[in-house]
Design a protein around this ligand. Structure first.
Ligand code: GLV
Length: 323
């Protein structure tokens, strides 16, 4: 087939209807990610690909698509799975879905901060064991967020800002890595610190930067050693930002008080050494998993495709080339 729209995974129903309304042939994958062989087969001749973060869109896939490919629309704000330089070298526009998932991701992040600080998942697991218990003054105490606890936000972009706003609602002090974006009045309460000072000054550190060669293993042995003894780490960004071996070492010594991970190195594989640790909260990459948010992400990806195929500027291009 040529000139088709290749949708690598089943999107939300409204977005699948919007894909059909593009008036082009459609090749659609299943709920599950395509195998590499299926990806290479189904992309051949495509004019547009709507991909998700589970597919690696590298030079080989772009070449398999052939010269008619005009746009790769990734259904995610992160696009570390797409070789953007290789796409641009072939005049292929790449788009992502920023903005529509900030609130959902920030909500989940605060949920994880609370789960970790107040031991919610651990308490749930404990009750399910059927162990006899009774309320006690010393039982399962955790970190009081609103008693001056400090949240360190690494990556003060849209999602980082949404997290900071929510944390202020919990009366937390908020530190963030520097940004060039002008601050709103409400944000004057956020204190900006370079990474080493932010790590040293936070009770809870939360990651909201993209995965790039510069942020790969940003949280390594050195960074973890800078954190306050007993501090907590939350990752709803990308697994590769945290060195899992270093994280496990810091948890084993008690240097780190706990970690909440929504994303993993080598996802969907979850390092089995994390599983028995009570001070670790694990969720399966649910950051943007609100009904309306997922629908908005999928529909934005289709709008990006529609724009490029009709020769107009797509709403959310990545890095320069926009059609
Ligand atoms: C999800 O992880 C996204 O990047 O949108």
């Amino acid at each position: 087939m040529t000139g088709h729209v290749y949708v690598t995974r089943q999107l939300t129903d409204d977005a699948m209807a919007a894909v059909a309304a593009l008036g082009r042939p459609v090749v659609a994958g299943r709920e599950e990610p395509p195998s590499r062989a299926e990806l290479l087969r189904d992309v051949a001749g495509a004019a547009a690909v709507i991909s998700t973060l589970t597919e690696r869109l590298d030079a080989a896939v772009l070449d398999a698509a052939g010269p008619g490919l005009r746009v790769v629309a990734n259904v995610a704000v992160g696009y570390d799975n797409v070789d953007v330089a290789a796409a641009h070298a072939r005049d292929v526009v790449v788009t992502n879905t920023p903005g529509v998932l900030d609130a959902a991701t920030a909500d989940l992040t605060l949920g994880l901060v609370l789960a970790l600080a107040r031991r919610i998942a651990e308490g749930d697991r404990f009750l399910r064991t059927g162990t006899p218990w009774v309320w006690g003054p010393r039982m399962m105490t955790g970190l009081d967020l609103s008693a001056g606890a400090t949240l360190g936000v690494i990556g003060y972009g849209r999602i980082g800002r949404a997290v900071a706003r929510r944390a202020r609602g919990f009366d937390m002090r908020v530190l963030a890595t520097p940004t060039r974006t002008p601050l709103t009045e409400e944000e004057q309460a956020v204190e900006f610190r370079e990474l080493p000072e932010l790590l040293a000054g936070s009770d809870v550190v939360t990651l909201h930067c993209p995965l790039t060669p510069q942020t790969q293993h940003l949280i390594d042995d050195g960074a973890l050693a800078r954190m306050r003894p007993g501090a907590l780490l939350v990752n709803t960004a990308r697994g590769g930002i945290v060195d899992t071996d270093a994280l496990l070492r810091a948890l084993a010594t008690g240097r780190l008080g706990g970690a909440a991970l929504d994303v993993f190195e080598d996802e969907p594989h979850v390092d089995p050494r994390l599983l028995p640790l009570e001070q670790v909260v694990l969720t399966p990459h649910l950051g943007s998993a609100g009904d309306r948010t997922r629908s908005a992400m999928c529909r934005l990806a289709v709008r990006n495709v529609a724009a490029v195929l009709s020769g107009v500027e797509p709403p959310t291009p990545v890095g320069g080339l926009s059609g």
